[in-house]
Design a protein around this ligand. Sequence first.
Ligand SMILES: NC(=O)c1ccc[n+]([C@@H]2O[C@H](COP(=O)([O-])OP(=O)(O)OC[C@H]3O[C@@H](n4cnc5c(N)ncnc54)[C@H](O)[C@@H]3O)[C@@H](O)[C@H]2O)c1
Length: 254
Amino acid sequence: MSAVKNNYLENKVAVVTGGCGGIGNAICERFLREGAIVYAADIAETAPRGPLFQKHDVTSEESAIALMNRVHSEQGKLDILVNAAGIEIEHTIEETTLAAWNRIFAINVTGTFLTSKHCLPLMRDAGAGSIINFGSYDGFIADPQLAAYCATKGAVHALTRAMACDHGPENIRVNAICPGYIETPMLQSFFGSSGDIETLKQEVRNVHPTRRFGTPEDAANLVNWLAGDEARYASGQLWVLDGGLSAQVQQMRL
Ligand SMILES: NC(=O)c1ccc[n+]([C@@H]2O[C@H](COP(=O)([O-])OP(=O)(O)OC[C@H]3O[C@@H](n4cnc5c(N)ncnc54)[C@H](O)[C@@H]3O)[C@@H](O)[C@H]2O)c1
């Protein structure tokens, strides 16, 4: 990872939900290096080092309003929103309780809706904006035992396209990045803690054409481009970032 300070996002104000998580934190650090003013908005108790911190529960409309009120009063505008807060549950639908189903939809889908909804007036006032949602390659093809998670990511993909259509005329671009396997606490929990995890992980790395997992910095590179003006004609798209995993013929792996 380069620690070079650039100015791609100079004078921009950004909010990153899930900004204390593996990917969200890497995005905050990258945005800071590019000259942006950055708010990490997360339900976590401890503020990350670097960005400004706002305790934010993405499932709460009051919390979304409070976050945007703070950004408005401190900065007068918002240019970039990254909806990176998310959870995963590793179950089939039979194993998924209604409460767990509602919770994952509340965070992954309703959370994206609410924070986006309340950021729009600030972006409209600024005359432009870039919203980057977190989908997943699991919104296109399914991993076993991730049924509710896959469903939430499919919903985020559809919401991304709809938001891009509605707000494009206001110069507000909306994209989703759709990662495969990125090395974060979420991926750690996916692999669990029992059995020979290192061997399993190496097998999974080996089915990637690039023979590795992505890093949070890989995700931050794409988010950074989408956030700034070089991506000014990019909107309504689902940007898969999976080291080529979903491009290959699956039978070749047998
Ligand atoms: N890691 C991967 O392999 C991978 C792959 C595809 C998509 N994604 C997506 O990328 C995004 C970031 O994932 P990650 O790997 O960094 O996960 P992570 O678990 O490291 O971080 C998630 C963050 O979301 C926060 N969060 C959870 N509930 C919240 C709530 N109600 N309000 C506000 N914040 C809340 C957590 O506190 C945490 O900081 C997620 O949307 C995830 O679904 C990750």
